[in-house]
Each structure stands twice: as structure tokens, then as C-alpha cells.
Design a protein around this ligand. Structure first.
Ligand code: SAM
Length: 290
């Protein structure tokens, strides 16, 4: 049912602070559900169920739906919209405080969410990096600009792109105009699908990998020998040597490297630099005297 109609009927004003822009376009709802590729009996966690438009579409696939919503004002609407679906469980809570794995129980699960923009990156990190059991798939409606940054290719890579692509295959399913939401958001959105890798892309310690990637992106638009050197606290000469050892031109910029090149670089850094007691890399004696 149309979100504006429901909100008016329950005399609820959408809260900007909770990112409440509700989807009202059936065509887009269909695309989101299709991207999730749910089969009857699959488990899906919807984060931020809102007025339930997407929840109903998910429930119609006969998947088991756990619908999480932080705003208790919306619960009567969700109960009205979803009360007839035995395969839907409505849970009031904050995704930043609940454990998604505990919500979905055992077995595989998919996450579908039309996320408030301010928690997008945090939730993606939570689901790809920290949960005890990663989702099989994530279908997320997010700001278009962020979606484009996530699926970027070498040449336009960023710390965000490397972080997501290290864990999974990301693609844009569709772009969405502001008119598909009530109320209209100020920016365009996109639906993104992320399929986490079943086996890690490379055998590398994640902490090491990201320490090196963060170092590489530590200085915008600088050549890698400089940004990597600065980020790792070593001279640009030593950084250049490490880069050459894995056949990466030291004058390239961080945004041009692909994931495999970051992996090779991280291995080379780990081989070359000693680690301090705190576990961080530190400049080798050679570099300090160079
Ligand atoms: N899924 C609905 C739709 O597509 O129409 C609503 C999407 S709306 C952009 C985001 C929803 O997430 C809102 O209903 C909001 O109250 C809810 N929300 C915001 N922060 C949340 C949080 N931390 N945990 C759970 N839900 C949250």
C-alpha cells in the first residue's frame, strides 16, 4: 500500500533523522526482490522495514522474512501490512545494536535493505567484515554516488571500493530516481548487489592487507611511493623498492591498482618490514639510514 497513504492514516510524519524515504515504485520493488533471487524457505533479513512495501514483496516469495525496524511508530503499520503472512517476523530494534546472525538463526541468509544514508558504510562493513556468519548476498539501496564508488574499476578505485571488492563481487542492479520515494530524497539512489566471496580472494592476513591499502590511500592523488611511504612511516625510496619488487610502477597512484596488486603489495610489505610490538609495521633500519 502507498506509504504516504499509510503514514497519513496513522498520522505519522517521516523522520529525516532516520533516513525515512519510503519506496513507492512497484517496478523498483520488483527489481530489488528479483536481485535477491530468493527461493521459498530461504531466510532474508530486511533492515529498516519502514511501512513494509519491500517487506510485503519479499514475503510474497515465500522466503522467511525477518523485518527489523528501529522506529516503534511504524510497528502498527507493519503489523497491519504483514499480519497475514506467517513467514514474516517483525522485530523492533537498531541494526547497530542487534546481532544480525542471532536474528536470522542458523543457516544461510540474505540481507535486503533500503538503508539510511548515514549508516550505509558502517552496515556494509559490519556485514562483510565482522559478523560471525556472512550473508550469502546483500541487496542494498544506497546513494547512487556511493554505489558507483563501490563498483569502481582500477583507475577510480578508493579505500571503499577495495574494502568491498576484497570481500565480494559488487554490481549495480538499477539506478533509482528520487521520485520513486516518498518523501523524495535530495539525491539519486541505486540498488547494489554484493555477493560475498565463498572462499577468500587471496591468502593474506586481512589486517595486514588493509593496513597497506590504507597507507596507499593516505595521501590523495600522490604517487604511490610517496603515499605508501608516508602511510607506513618509511622513506619514499624504500616504498619504491617494495613497489618495484611486485612490479608496480612507484609513480602510479593508489586508485589505479586492482585487488590482486594490493594483495601482492601487502605480501611484499609484510616480507620486508618488521613489525613493532603493537603489531604495526615500522621503518626498517635500512630505510631509517637512507
Ligand atoms: N524498507 C522501507 C522502504 O523501502 O520503503 C523503508 C526504507 S527507509 C529508507 C529506511 C528505514 O530504516 C526507515 O524505516 C528507518 O526508520 C529505518 N532505520 C533507520 N535506522 C535504522 C537502524 N539503525 N536500525 C533499523 N532500522 C533503521
Amino acid at each position: 500500500m502507498n506509504p504516504k497513504y499509510l503514514l497519513d492514516a496513522y498520522e505519522i510524519a517521516p523522520k529525516k533523522s532516520l533516513g525515512q524515504n519510503f519506496l513507492q515504485d512497484a517496478h523498483i520493488l520488483g527489481k530489488i526482490v528479483a536481485a535477491a533471487e530468493l527461493k521459498p524457505g530461504d531466510t532474508v533479513l530486511e533492515i529498516g522495514a519502514g511501512t513494509g512495501a519491500l517487506t510485503v514483496a519479499l514475503a510474497q516469495t515465500h522466503a522467511q522474512v525477518v523485518a527489523l525496524e528501529i522506529d516503534d511508530r511504524l510497528l502498527p503499520i507493519l503489523q497491519r501490512q504483514l499480519g497475514d503472512f506467517p513467514n514474516v517476523e517483525i522485530v523492533q530494534g537498531d541494526i547497530e545494536e542487534v546481532d544480525p546472525v542471532a536474528l536470522v538463526g542458523g543457516g544461510e541468509y540474505t540481507v535486503v535493505a533500503n538503508l539510511p544514508y548515514y549508516i550505509t558504510s558502517k552496515i556494509i562493513r559490519l556485514l562483510l567484515e565482522s559478523v560471525s556468519r556472512k550473508p550469502r548476498r546483500l541487496v542494498l539501496t544506497i546513494q547512487q554516488e556511493v554505489a558507483e564508488r563501490i563498483v569502481a574499476k582500477p583507475g577510480d578505485m578508493s579505500l571503499l571500493a577495495v574494502s568491498v571488492q576484497f570481500y565480494g563481487k559488487a554490481e549495480i542492479v538499477t539506478k533509482i530516481n528520487p521520485g520513486a520515494f516518498f518523501p523524495r530524497p535530495e539525491v539519486a539512489s541505486a540498488v547494489i548487489r554484493i555477493d560475498p566471496h565463498i572462499h577468500p580472494l587471496m591468502s593474506i592476513n586481512e589486517e595486514v592487507f588493509f593496513e597497506v591499502v590504507r597507507a596507499g590511500f593516505s595521501q590523495k592523488r600522490k604517487q604511490l611511493k610517496n603515499s605508501l611511504g608516508f602511510g607506513l612511516g618509511i622513506s619514499h625510496l624504500e616504498a619504491a623498492q617494495i613497489l618495484l619488487s611486485v612490479e608496480v610502477d612507484p609513480s602510479r597512484r593508489a586508485e589505479t591498482l586492482n585487488i590482486e596488486e594490493w594483495g601482492a603489495l601487502a605480501h611484499a610489505v609484510a616480507r620486508t618490514l618488521p613489525r613493532s610490538e603493537s603489531g604495526r609495521f615500522r621503518a626498517s633500519a635500512q630505510a631509517e639510514t637512507a
